[in-house]
Ligand binder design. Sequence first.
Ligand code: 9UX
Length: 72
Amino acid sequence: ANIVGQFRIQGMTCAACVNSVESVLTGLKGVVRASVALVTETGEVEYDPSLINREEIVEAIEDAGFDAALMD
Ligand code: 9UX
């Protein structure tokens, strides 16, 4: 079954940043859906845990130039 994870994403300053992060996330193998919100600095990501894990998702966001952390 897929998992829906909530991530804290900091460093986004405009709508293009949001689109950029969403594109990075949805481009990852195993990510089914990603919705990022600028105001709350959060992202909701649905993923298949047999293909990707939450640490890899955090790393991908950071590689894109933003600060990321898992929210429990
Ligand atoms: Mo535009 Mo958002 O260069 O950081 S993508 S401000």
